[in-house]
Write a protein that binds this ligand. Structure first.
Ligand code: MG
Length: 373
């Protein structure tokens, strides 16, 4: 596969309802879609996980656009990828550019997707995945009232979601979790803090042990391993790291320090499928439970997450819910939906291109940039 052309699309998609986490609320999804066109006509797509503002990690759509345009695309355009090993090598090709993992992932994943289409092989198969169905949980943003939250949890349980995750922050943690546990004593429940606490909050976080949570996700700083290790010593609830895990070496260091017992893997956060496979293997080697998180992806990112989640090291339900939950109009058709309650099919798609609806795509585009070899 020879990479002839790359097009960056910047889209703004309306959400069904605002999504609220400890770092802020989103009512529209600002997303960069990378389109790769191969010499023979095969087309690959991927989306960039970076948001409008640097609230999750330091990257934004703006920094990703700059990195892709000025550094990453010039290095990769015109290159030939004949086998999976060539795709795995993109990681080291881009290594001299520091950080900017979401930007790197967007172009790397689009090349994998294009390779899948040209070779006619499903992306999951190329990644070494064998599952045909994956279980999913749901992530619930902060709600205005406890009654509203309980109603939401009830409705998601009825739809078949295998576990419920709620966003928490100081002032919105003990009470909502107590209310959910009171109403649903036995459900698989977890909480995500998105770095909203400090180590000085350890005594407060210990109170959450009473709720028998599957895990508490990223309670402390987005780039920390040390304080998480000290906190984990004081908690019965397993800590899951999200933001702090950027590469396989972070998994090994977290294991050495005792910073967590579970990892949430997001392909965008670690820089692409190549690094995601390394993180997956490191979690298996360290005996960590692993699941695939979400970044409010459009259907394009969801299909990629599902393909990855089909790998055997993903031991817990992921966050890739059906797309209709989030978007007024998704970019793919048919959308991601349950094959049975709580389960998604790993479809044998050779790249997501056959599912992308280009006319919708164009409706929501706010900027575009084309690069030719
Ligand atoms: Mg998280």
């Amino acid at each position: 596969m020879k990479c002839e052309r790359i097009i960056l699309h910047r889209l703004r998609l309306p959400l069904v309802e605002p999504f609220v986490a400890s770092y802020g609320a989103e009512s529209e999804k600002d997303v960069i879609i990378v389109e790769v066109v191969a010499k023979g006509g095969a087309v690959g797509y991927a989306e960039c996980a970076a948001g409008r503002a640097p609230l999750y990690t330091e990257e934004t759509g703006g920094t990703a656009w700059h990195m892709l345009s000025d550094f990453l695309i010039p290095v990769l355009i015109g290159k030939t990828f004949d086998q999976v090993a060539d795709l795995l090598a993109i990681r080291s090709t881009l290594e001299r550019f520091k950080g900017n993992r979401m930007a790197k992932a967007a172009i790397e994943m689009a090349l994998w997707d294009c390779f899948a289409q040209e070779s006619g092989a499903p992306l999951g198969t190329l990644l070494g995945a064998k599952r045909t169905e994956v279980a999913v949980g749901v992530s619930i943003g902060m709600q205005g009232s406890t009654e509203g939250l309980i109603r939401k949890v009830h409705s998601y349980l009825e739809q078949g979601y295998a576990r419920i995750k709620v966003k928490i922050r100081p002032g919105y943690d003990f009470e909502p979790l107590a209310a959910i546990r009171d109403a649903f004593p036995d459900i698989a429940l977890m909480a995500d803090a998105n770095s909203a606490y400090r180590l000085a909050d350890a005594a407060h976080l210990q109170r959450l042990d009473a709720f028998n949570l599957m895990m508490i996700e990223q309670p402390l700083a987005f780039d920390d391993l040390m304080d998480h290790a000290r906190l984990q010593e004081t908690l019965a609830t397993p800590i899951c790291l999200d933001e702090s895990i950027r590469c396989a070496e972070d998994v090994q260091n977290a294991a050495r320090l005792g910073s967590c017992r579970i990892v949430n893997l997001k392909v965008g956060r670690v820089g692409g499928f190549g690094e995601a496979l390394r993180v997956h293997d490191a979690c298996l080697a360290e005996g960590f439970d692993l699941w695939c998180g979400g970044m409010l992806e459009t259907g394009i990112g969801r299909l990629h997450n599902i393909a990855l989640t089909a790998l055997s090291g993903f031991t817990l339900p992921g966050d890739t819910a059906p797309s209709a939950r989030y978007f007024v109009e998704d970019l793919i058709d048919p959308p991601v939906r349950f094959v049975r309650p709580g389960w998604l099919a790993v479809e044998p798609l050779a790249g997501v291109g056959s599912r992308v609806r280009k006319e919708r795509f164009e409706r929501w585009t706010i900027a575009q940039k084309r690069f030719d070899r």
